[in-house]
Design a protein around this ligand. Sequence first.
Ligand code: SF4
Length: 213
Amino acid sequence: MDKIFSSLMEELKKRQFKPYYAENKEEAVRTVLSVIDEEMAKKGKTEKEMQISFGGSRTLSEIDVYSAIEKYNVLDPYAFPTRQEQHEAKRRALLSDVFLMSANALCESGEIVNIDGNGNRLGAMICGPDKVVMVVGKNKIVKDKASAMERIKTIACVKNAQRLSRKTPCAEKGKCESCLISGQTICGHTVYTRYSSIPERIVVILVNEELGF
Ligand code: SF4
C-alpha cells in the first residue's frame, strides 16, 4: 500500500471514520458487500429486509456495484419516472439501512468535501442511514480544502454539469462563475465533513484506481 493511503487511513481513524483499502474495483465491491453483510448480521435482518440506497455517483457505476447489490432490498430513487416520485424515494432513502455514495474530494487530513445539487446525498450522509459507505478513487485525494474546492469546481462540477446537459458556465466554458441559474445550477450545498460523531458510521473505502469525477 502506498504511503499516501496508509497515512490517510490513520487520519480517517482519528476522525472516527472507518477506512478500508482496496487495490482495485473488484476488491472495492467485495468490501462494500462485506460492510453491508456485517451491518445485516448486526441488525438480524435478511438480505430482502436490508434496504440499500445510494446517491448519484459515477464511481458506483464504474465499479458496477449495482449488480452486486441486487440480492438486497434496493431503493433506487433514480428509477422512478417522475421528479416527484424521485423526490419521495430520496426522502425514503434517508431511512435505509446502508447508503452508498462517493465523495467529491478527500483531503490528506481526512476531511471529506462534497457539493450537492438538491442535497439528498449529503442529507443521507449527515444524518440518515445507520451506515454510510463511500467509495473513493485515488484521483479524489487532494492536499487540503482549498485544493478540494479547486478540484470540485474545475473537474467534478464541469463533468457533472455536462453529463446532466446543464446550461451553466462550468459546463459551457469549463469555468465556475458561481451561477444561480434556476433549474440549471448543480451547486446547492457545500459540506465539509471533519468528524463522525457516531464512531465508524461513515465507512471510507480508498481504491487504488482512478474512479469517477
Ligand atoms: S456554481 Fe454554477 S458555474 Fe459554478 S460549478 Fe456550480 S453549476 Fe457550475
